[in-house]
Design a protein around this ligand. Structure first.
Ligand code: ITT
Length: 190
C-alpha cells in the first residue's frame, strides 16, 4: 500500500520510513512537487493535525496522513505544547526553543514531560485520528546528536539518556510517533 505523508519535516519522514512494515510504501510531498507551507493555525495538536491532512487532501486530491507533535510540560501549564515549534519565536529554532524551556524550568520542582503526536488520516469523506504519547522528563542540559527538535533534552521513562543520545532504533520503538504510527498501521491493515 502506498500512502502519502503530508509533512515538510524530513526528520519525521526518516523516522516514519523506519517504522513501516513491509507492504507499505511512503510517498512524500516532493513526489507531488508540493512545496507550499502547510497551515497549522489551530489551538490544539489534534486540530493542527486535522488541518494539515485536510489542506493537503483538498489540494492534491490524494489520500494522506499528517501529524502534529508537541512537548507538554505540566509544571509549565502544558508549555510549549501546541506552540512547540515556535516556542522561542517565529524562526522555529530548536536550540533557542530548548534554551527557553530549560530556563523556565530552572525554578520548577517537577521536570516531568511528555510528547504527544496526533496523526490525522484523510481519505474520501473519512477522517480518523490516532494518538501516541511518550512520558519522560526534561534533562538539565542538552545532550546527544541523534533525532531533532527537543530530543537532546527529553529523557524517556525507563532510560537515563536523552532521545538524542539513545539509538534511533530505540526512539523509533518507544516514541510518541511510533505509538501513533502503530495505531495507524493497524487501522490500515484491517
Ligand atoms: P510538519 O510539516 O509536519 O507540520 P513541523 O516541523 O511543523 O512539521 P510540528 O509542528 O509537529 O512539525 O513540530 C512541533 C515542534 O515539536 C517542532 O519544534 C519539532 O522540532 C518538535 N518535535 C516534533 N517531533 C519531535 C520529536 O520526535 N522529538 C523532538 N522534537 C520534536
Amino acid at each position: 500500500m502506498k500512502i502519502l505523508f503530508a509533512t515538510q519535516n524530513q526528520n519525521k519522514i526518516e523516522e516514519v520510513k523506519n517504522m513501516l512494515p513491509s507492504g507499505f510504501e511512503l510517498m512524500g510531498l516532493n513526489q507531488f512537487n508540493f512545496t507550499d507551507d502547510i497551515p497549522e493555525t489551530q489551538p490544539t495538536i489534534e486540530g493542527n493535525a486535522i488541518q494539515k491532512a485536510n489542506f493537503v487532501f483538498n489540494t492534491l486530491k490524494t489520500p494522506c496522513f499528517a501529524e502534529d507533535t508537541g512537548l507538554i510540560v505540566p509544571s509549565l501549564n502544558g508549555e510549549p505544547g501546541v506552540y512547540s515549534a515556535r516556542y522561542a519565536g517565529p524562526y522555529r529554532d530548536p536550540l533557542k526553543n530548548m534554551e527557553k524551556l530549560l530556563k523556565k524550568l530552572s525554578s520548577e520542582k517537577s521536570r516531568e514531560a511528555y510528547f504527544e503526536t496526533v496523526i490525522a488520516l484523510k481519505y474520501g469523506h473519512k477522517l480518523e485520528t490516532f494518538v501516541g504519547r511518550c512520558k519522560g522528563r526534561i534533562a538539565h542540559e542538552a545532550k546527544g546528536s541523534n533525532g531533532f527538535g527537543y530530543d537532546p533534552i527529553f529523557i524517556p521513562e525507563g532510560y537515563d539518556l536523552s532521545f538524542a543520545s539513545l539509538s534511533k532504533s530505540i526512539k523509533n520503538k518507544i516514541s510518541h510517533r511510533a505509538i501513533a504510527m502503530s495505531k495507524l498501521i493497524a487501522y490500515l491493515s484491517e
